[in-house]
Write a protein that binds this ligand. Sequence first.
Ligand code: 2GW
Ligand code: MN
Length: 297
Amino acid sequence: DLDRWRELQLPRMKYNQPATLTQSRTDVLTLTPWFAPIVWEGTFNRDILNEQFKRMNVSIGLTVFAIKKYIVFLQHFIETAEMFFMVGHKVNYYVFTDRPNEVPKFTLASGRRLVIIEVMGYKRWQEVSVRRMEMIHDASRKTFINEVDYIVSVDVDMEFTDFIGVEILSERFGTLHPGFYGSQRPHFTYERRPQSEAYIPEDEGDFYYAGGFFGGSVREVYQLTGQCHKAMMKDKDRGIEAIWQDESYLNKYFLYHKPTKILSPEYLWDNGMGSPAILKKKCFRAVWKNHTAIRSK
Ligand code: 2GW
Ligand code: MN
């Protein structure tokens, strides 16, 4: 339980003093109006954070879905995660798949293991994407709560390209979508039909969050995925499906349950978006995919 934070005591450490009269970044927003940090390179000290989370013996579950043809992404995903994701911490990979026999054998670093969770492959792709909420919700209750402290949920058609560590962890966190971090709220692709549970009016909204990278404590992820799934089932009964599936319901949830931490687009980038100067690094990137081939039966 995270109650043990109360007992945490750090050792003597040497590092540069934080400068009270200087902003660590002046080119980007680093704190939301509700005082949640927005994580950008240059705003945190990895050594302090590692020391804290190591001493707390924190364990992290990384959930990823590799259903039907998307199994092809798994090998590179796990191999790059071994190089860059939560190095030195305890990690469980939770691989949800309908093809357990096609999961490659991996040699993992110590303190890390891979758990296969067999699930059905829904016929419609929209269903594959959106049902992740239900499956994470169920697994949170059955498995995650007994095995890890935090859940990180990501897309599989991705690669790790730089270090991602405990700086991302918080009670409830989301990620700025690489396509919309500079946009005005009316241009966010929120669900705009009032009949949908995911509806957000044009005069509301903080950020446009990506469906492909969110997480939090297991209890919080259980709540979040449960609410998103419930909203999606209500819509389904009324014959409506939100414009960007799970991403739309996630954005609605985050509007009224503000994230306690937000990751910058450094944590979810797509090379199709170029290389703006505000990006000091790219740690998690979309891999190229042939949409027609990979998404066909
Ligand atoms: C099949 C056909 C069309 C779209 C998706 C799939 C599919 C997705 C599949 O056959 N098998 C599968 O395992 N997936 C999982 O769903 C896989 O983990 C994948 O990364 C994830 C989301 O699908 P993806 O990556 O093709 O969609 P993107 O890259 O356009 O993702 C954004 O939009 C989605 C909503 O449609 C989600 O919100 C996603 O989180 C976003 O990043
Ligand atoms: Mn994707």
